[in-house]
Design a protein around this ligand. Structure first.
Ligand SMILES: [Zn+2]
Length: 486
């Protein structure tokens, strides 16, 4: 088990009841979380990675609280979809070629952003039996009906329909009108099963060959991989209606009980301010392209820089700023490493007696920040305070205190998926020994030129470093450098 002292202090905002509530899992030995995942037909937009990173922070927190083996996290993969069919047809390949390619890219990008792999990553094509079985349960419970090769969910069967999104009946009807069909008994009813178009993949079912609707996919995968009800259901705010509203209706009416998810969590939009983005970056909307330009941790930092329920303005300045914030953290660790180079005998926790032991301070960090509905901005403020304390200790040459503060900063950062790199690699990653030697020599030559007030020569050397993909930073302690991309 994890840290039981703090177990009841986690508070999360629940979309359904519209209030912050103390988190109480159904079974602390088996905490379950489900987050709606990607439709794999292309590289994913950076906005799709906001929930990936937000719920990764929660996953890490829950693992710490309840123990790594007691938290089950499922994030699905939608691998049956019109866009996938179109892409497969355009390339003349089976859909599995398309979905395999982009799922691999998605997982690589998620890993580069520091997201742990979910416990389960169920795919629609591999859950088809459970999907068909659940539709059968809904038909059997008079919550669904077959019509013209389709099976539709009967919203009339769920009295609470509309409660999750808080939409009044007339709005639900108006919203459903875009998808009106003569075989619908009620305009709000939605598709559970539909015939495939000629040439498209199809699966057998008691209602004829076809494919599932999107909403039933998630409900069936939750029941199959985690079991209903679950503790936490997450996703982007755009999924509340109709996707999650429909999931909830299906889950309850299929006979799994009144409760579907104990907490519903939704992250706010990521707003792309196109005009604020640097044109040189080209297609900046894709995480895949951003990761070629910036370290994954810097993008992760940017994604968590606002509270998850608030909209996040996405600009290249935000990413640059995030990288500078991490530079400050890694810079302090690098200074600490240098100060402690010959002091390996020092143990953590031997610092100033006025400081509580490391574990307690770490718990305090979490309780004051993430326990309050994942308050990441507050966590960043506390990390900045740890940096300040570490630099104080370095400046006063207090080795025991340096060791303690370095441990505190590093562990607090890592609890959120940061500071995983070696500080040296953070700044000089990708540079081989030959390049390092060349850079150091150029920096020394530039220092000489500056001392001799030979500004054109200093500028020329700076340009040469720039051409090598190296940025230099002049500071009080001399000039430091970094490789531009890693
Ligand atoms: Zn879903």
């Amino acid at each position: 088990m994890g840290n039981s002292r703090a177990m009841n202090d986690l508070v999360l905002y629940d979309t359904l009841t519209r209030e912050k509530r103390r988190f109480e899992p159904g079974d602390p030995e088996r905490v379950t979380m489900y987050v709606c995942g990607p439709t794999v037909y292309n590289y994913a937009h950076i906005g799709n990675f906001r929930p990936v990173v937000v719920f990764d922070v929660l996953f890490r927190l829950l693992r710490r609280l309840y123990g790594e083996d007691h938290v089950l996290y499922a994030a699905n993969v939608t691998d049956v979809d019109d866009k996938i069919n179109q892409k497969a047809a355009a390339e003349g390949v089976p859909i599995s070629v398309i979905t395999g390619r982009y799922l691999e890219a998605y997982n690589a990008d998620a890993a580069a952003l520091g997201a742990l792999r979910p416990t389960f990553q169920p795919r629609a094509t591999e859950t088809m039996d459970a999907i068909v079985a659940m539709i059968g349960e809904l038909v059997g419970n008079n919550a669904a009906y077959a019509a013209e090769g389709h099976v539709l969910f009967s919203t009339e069967a769920f009295a609470d329909y509309g409660r999750l999104s808080g939409r009044p009946l007339d709005e639900l009807i108006a919203g459903a009108r875009v998808d009106v069909a003569p075989y619908k008994r009620d305009p709000r009813d939605f598709v559970l099963w539909k015939p495939s178009k000629p040439g498209e993949p199809e699966w057998e079912s008691p209602w004829g060959p076809g494919r599932p609707g999107w909403h039933i996919e998630c409900t069936a995968m939750i029941a199959e991989s985690l079991g209903l009800p679950i503790d936490i259901h997450g996703g982007g705010i755009d999924l509340v209606f109709p996707h999650h509203e429909n999931e909830l209706a299906q889950g309850v009416c299929s006979g799994h009980g009144r409760e579907y998810a104990r907490v519903w969590m939704h992250n706010g939009f990521l707003n792309m301010a196109e005009e604020k983005m640097s044109k040189s970056l080209g297609n900046v909307a894709l995480a895949h392209d951003l990761l070629a330009e910036y370290p994954g941790e810097a993008i992760r930092w940017a994604l968590l820089s606002g509270h998850y329920r608030q909209p996040l303005e996405w600009t290249d300045e935000l990413i640059e700023q995030s990288r500078r914030s991490l530079d400050t953290l890694y810079g302090a660790l690098r200074r600490a490493n240098a100060a402690l180079q010959n002091a390996d005998h020092l143990q953590l926790g031997q610092g100033d007696p006025s400081y509580l032991p490391l574990q307690e301070q770490l718990d305090g960090f979490t309780e004051n920040t993430l326990y309050d509905d994942l308050n990441t901005p507050k966590a960043y403020a506390m990390l900045a305070e740890f940096v300040w304390r570490l630099n104080q200790a370095i400046d006063s040459h207090d080795l025991a205190q340096i060791a303690f503060c370095r441990g505190l900063l590093r562990e607090a950062g890592r609890s959120m998926g940061f500071l995983e790199a070696d500080p040296e690699a953070w700044f000089h990653g990708g540079a081989n020994e030959a390049l390092k030697g060349q850079v150091e020599a150029l920096i020394a030559a530039r220092a000489e030129a500056r001392a001799a007030r030979d500004w054109p020569e200093a500028d020329r050397i700076r340009a040469e470093l720039d051409a090598l993909g190296v940025d230099i930073m002049d500071g009080a302690g001399g000039t430091t450098w970094r490789t531009r991309s890693q």
